[in-house]
Design a protein around this ligand. Sequence first.
Ligand code: NDP
Ligand code: PYC
Length: 337
Amino acid sequence: MSQTTLTFDTLTATIREIFLKAGLSPLAAASVATIIAAGERDACKSHGVYRIEGCLRTVKAGKVVPGALPTLEDEGSGVIRVDAANGFSSPAFELGAPVLAERARKLGVAALVINRCTHFSALWPEIETLTAMGVAALAMCPSYAAVAPAGGTKPLLGTNPFAFGWPRPGGDPYVFDFATSVAARGEIELYCQSGQQLPEGWAVDAGGQPTTDPAAALDGAMLPFGDHKGSAISTMVELLAGAMIGDLTSAEALDYLGTTTLAPHHGELILAFSPERFSGSRRGDPFARAEVLFEAIAGQGARLPSQRRFTARRKAMADGITLTSEEMALIERLRSG
Ligand code: NDP
Ligand code: PYC
């Protein structure tokens, strides 16, 4: 199989061109392209170039406004709101993030609510933006009904990602970012594309029976990670980042879309914390104390979450991002289509 290696900047510019052609505003095209290219750079295939087609389908279906202009609503309180105006989430996040970080530094804790957005991406790019601004952050959003609650067999919850980040002075931040299902739906779609069977325990078919067939899983229901524990965290995401912020739950998002083949539309909740403000210097510098914990984890031979990603990123930035001939053919088709 022939492969092509591109720099991060070249891949980003190529994807940006595709989105500009599809009618995205220059701001949205740059923002969405950067997130997709970052997925490839960090070896997160489930949110890499294969997502381009889903975004374009969503534009074509009229379920995302390509030229939307997000607006900020800020009354100076601990809750900042950005209306994405039915556009992609990333330009809305970029508008709200600096205000969120500033407010968290001032008040100790602050929340950014994003409403009316199409959110197809991983959460770690958002989390890393905030840790780079020196605050700890927690982000979550619904998706569309695809996951059965623990004990059930029908899609109701979303794959609802949940992510956290802690700044580490002078190093990569501590970041975890996971779907609250056993695996992301994107992962199952990639298994389906490559004709591979799923590991056991990921999904049930439309009849509620366990399945390792990815097509049957997409047609049936995915399962939450950690049984009742993942199911409860996923439910919390529906409540906090759906009902509480006045936006769609995953079940409502599926009703709105009418299909799982488009990128989901809903809201997002991001919390930011100032560790200095919270600790009040009791027991010393919270960042130094965090380092003791991270070293103890690594000291047992365990790896920190995101380490695999950061290693992949360094390699990609040094050697380029390698795409398969199928991935290049997809990009060329979308570019010329
Ligand atoms: P994974 O299960 O692959 O990884 C989850 C987290 O655990 C990552 O931070 C990962 O770090 C870390 N990790 C994995 N293995 C280990 C290990 N052995 N030791 C320590 N840490 C480890 O992710 P998911 O498949 O659950 O989710 C993938 C992506 O999908 C996420 O980025 C998520 O945001 C996105 N998503 C987006 C949705 C949306 O609606 N927008 C919906 C659902 C998912 P590392 O990456 O370094 O391996
Ligand atoms: O991979 O589960 C997923 C997903 C849903 C929406 C965006 N990504």
